[in-house]
Structure formats: structure tokens, C-alpha cells
Design a protein around this ligand. Structure first.
Ligand code: V47
Ligand code: SF4
Length: 351
């Protein structure tokens, strides 16, 4: 995707974030979205599969992870996962989970192979950079090799999780056990090199500064400039849950500013998702008029945000998503996992 002729610098981005009236910012972002996609807003019928929440790490912001014996610890069987994916209208599976020795690379690859053989037409988005780094460490193999094997087993795309805020101060304060900014960026670069596209997230609304938000966006834009294959950017509004990292969830206007800013700064990443489990349904619906072009998916059984006390449901129906989009005066279009709208959707169609 070609960047805009006059690029937004880091200092311009900071003043957009801090000084521009919200509606002015929103109109600019909406206009840019309109140039790219007209009135169209996409969504996907997908299913989140989180095989286990057992995790050796204890990131400070995370309510999802559990240790053996915790009341909320769970492990899904392969049969249950395959059953969850059997709905023929699904076109994407999003597979991510905790890091646990008995859920190592071999077992995870077998799961992907099994999903691929049962549902050949399903787009499989699997394993964050954090999981890939963990597999590489356990297997004593370079992450590039892990990515190649994932691709050979049937993975189509790497999800955007684990980026949090790409900053060493935040890494040390909130997620010091797991990989930091340099490794996250390196693994996504490697994914792109082996031909796996990926997404990028940003967890905001905790202890980050405005400067750190702008820097996060700049690092993603730079990597994309260097032959990157990022397909979408997903700003995740932090749900404080039981973590006590902050007392309250970030406000709706703040979420809308971040969505609009992302659309304007990330001029080389095509899609900006309004991820409703963290934004909340009302704010996600408004975000579609502030530069976002995609409402992500129906999700099915999303567990990460549910365990962080999200007030959003764990799933949405297709017709509800279409209503949200139409109520904003735009046109709903179902897409597949690779953001194609004209291609047939639903896993019964092999790609
Ligand atoms: O990396 C964890 C975040 C991410 C909380 O690639 C939280 O298409 C808010 O990456 N409040 C995982 N966020 C989810 C993710 C994702 C979601 C949707 C689509 C895609 C994609 C990727 O969730 C983690 C972390 O940043 N997270 N806890 C919380 N309490
Ligand atoms: Fe584990 Fe991921 Fe939660 Fe960190 S954020 S504790 S790595 S599940």
C-alpha cells in the first residue's frame, strides 16, 4: 500500500493526539478511510481458539493466564477445538494461548495440522510472536525455522498480539518475563520474510505516555516501509479487570482519538480494526466513523477479554454486526481471513 504523499511526522502525530479537537481528527481519519474503502466496513465470521490459559509467565496486565490448580485454569481437548470450528460459515480461526511446557511446539503444530486437514478452506491465524519465541527457546531452534514449520503445517498468518507498547520502560514495568520490543519486531520481520503476513496490536490505556504511543506507531510504520506484510493494526483498550494496573478503563473519546490517529499515521498498513471486545460495542461502533474499516469478527468463544471482565459478549452474530455497521450509515461486507470481500467466504470453499 502506497503511503500518503505528505507523511505525518512524530511531532505532528503528538500534536494530533494531544491538541486536535476530536471531531476534526475523526473527520480527517474518516476521509482517509473513505479514500481507501469508500463506505465499506468489513467483518469476518471467525472463531477464537485459546487452547489453554496455563502460562509460565505472569504479565502484570494479564487476567487471562493461570497456573495449574487455579480456579480459572483450563485446557481444551483437540476434539473440542475441532468441534468448535465445525460451523461451515466460519472462514477464519484465530489460535493463541498461554505458554506451557505440555503445550509445546510439537503439540501446537499437530493441532494446526489437524485443523488444516479437517477444514482445508479455513484461514488459520495462529501463534503470537510471544508464543513463537517461546517455541524457539524450548526447541533450541531459530524463530525463523519455527515460522517456516508453522507455514508448512498450514498457518496462513501471524496474529498481532504481544506487542503491548513497544518500549523498554513498559516492557520492564508490565511484561518483563516475555519478549520485548526488539524481539517482537524481529519475529514479525521474519514472518514477513517467510511469506507469512501478520497483524500488529497496541495495548493502550494503562501507564503509557502519549510519546510512547506515537513511537509505537512509528516503529510499525518503519518496519512496514521495509517490505513489511502487516495487514491490519488493532488498538486494544486495556481492560483493568482484577489487575489493579489502573483503576478505570480508558474513556471512549480517548479510544476514538487512538483509532483516528492510527489511521492517519499508519499510512502503509491497510486495515484498522475496531476490536469490540476491548473497545466495547458502543465505542467500536463509533470507531467505524473515526477511521476504522473493519469490525473484526463474530469470535465465538473469546476468552482473553472475558477473563479480564469485558462487558462485551463473548460472541456476536453476523446480523448484529451488519446492523452496527448499517446504523453508522455504512455498507457491511463480509470478508475472509485475508480481507478479501469478493472471494467466497466460509470454510467449505478450499483456497
Ligand atoms: O497481546 C491481554 C491483549 C492481546 C488484556 O491479530 C488485553 O487479528 C485488553 O492480540 N485488556 C491478545 N487487552 C489479543 C490480540 C488480538 C485480538 C484480536 C485480533 C488480533 C489479530 C489480535 O490481548 C495481548 C494483549 O495485548 N490483552 N489482556 C486486557 N486485560
Ligand atoms: Fe502469559 Fe500472554 Fe498473559 Fe503474559 S500476556 S501472562 S505471556 S498469557
Amino acid at each position: 500500500m502506497r503511503p500518503t504523499p505528505s507523511r505525518i511526522s512524530a511531532s505532528d502525530a503528538l500534536s494530533l493526539l494531544q491538541e486536535t479537537p476530536l471531531l476534526d481528527l475523526g473527520i480527517r481519519a474518516y476521509d482517509r478511510k473513505h479514500e481507501l474503502f469508500g463506505n465499506q466496513i468489513t467483518y469476518v465470521q471467525n472463531r477464537h481458539v485459546n487452547p489453554t490459559n496455563l502460562c509460565v509467565y505472569s504479565c502484570r496486565f494479564c487476567d487471562f493466564a493461570a497456573k495449574k490448580g487455579d480456579a480459572h485454569a483450563y485446557e481444551l481437548t483437540e476434539a473440542a477445538i475441532l468441534k468448535d470450528l465445525s460451523d461451515p460459515s466460519l472462514s477464519e480461526a484465530h489460535v493463541v494461548g498461554g505458554l506451557w511446557p505440555s503445550w509445546g511446539f510439537k503439540r501446537s503444530l499437530e493441532l494446526i495440522k489437524s485443523i488444516r486437514s479437517h477444514y482445508p478452506g479455513l484461514w488459520i491465524k495462529a501463534f503470537t510472536a510471544v508464543e513463537i519465541a517461546y517455541f524457539a527457546r524450548m526447541e533450541k531452534k531459530p524463530s525463523l525455522e519455527i515460522l517456516e514449520q508453522m507455514k508448512a503445517a498450514g498457518v496462513d498468518m501471524v496474529p498481532g498480539g504481544g506487542a503491548e507498547i513497544l518500549d523498554e520502560r513498559i516492557h520492564q514495568a508490565l511484561y518483563k518475563d516475555k519478549i520485548g520490543p526488539a524481539d517482537w519486531l524481529r519475529i514479525h520481520k521474519e514472518a514477513h520474510e517467510v511469506g507469512l503476513p501478520s497483524n500488529a496490536t497496541m495495548l493502550f490505556g494503562h501507564i503509557e505516555t502519549d510519546e510512547e504511543i506515537v513511537d509505537h506507531l512509528m516503529q510499525l510504520r518503519d518496519l512496514q516501509d521495509r517490505g513489511g506484510l502487516f495487514q491490519s493494526f488493532i488498538p486494544l483498550a486495556f481492560l483493568p479487570g482484577k489487575t489493579k494496573v489502573v483503576a478505570q478503563q480508558v474513556s471512549a473519546p480517548r479510544c476514538l482519538r487512538i483509532i483516528a490517529l492510527s489511521r492517519l499515521v499508519l499510512d502503509n498498513i491497510p486495515h484498522i480494526k475496531a476490536y469490540w471486545p476491548t473497545l466495547g460495542l458502543e465505542t467500536a461502533a463509533s470507531a467505524l466513523s473515526f477511521g476504522a474499516d473493519d469490525l473484526d469478527g463474530t469470535l465465538g468463544k473469546e476468552r482473553i477479554m472475558q477473563l479480564a471482565d469485558s462487558e462485551s459478549p463473548a460472541a456476536l452474530t453476523r446480523s448484529f454486526m451488519e446492523d452496527i455497521i448499517r446504523d453508522g450509515g455504512q455498507v457491511a461486507a463480509e470478508r475472509n481471513g485475508s480481507f478479501e470481500v469478493d472471494a467466497a467466504v466460509g470454510q467449505q470453499v478450499s483456497v
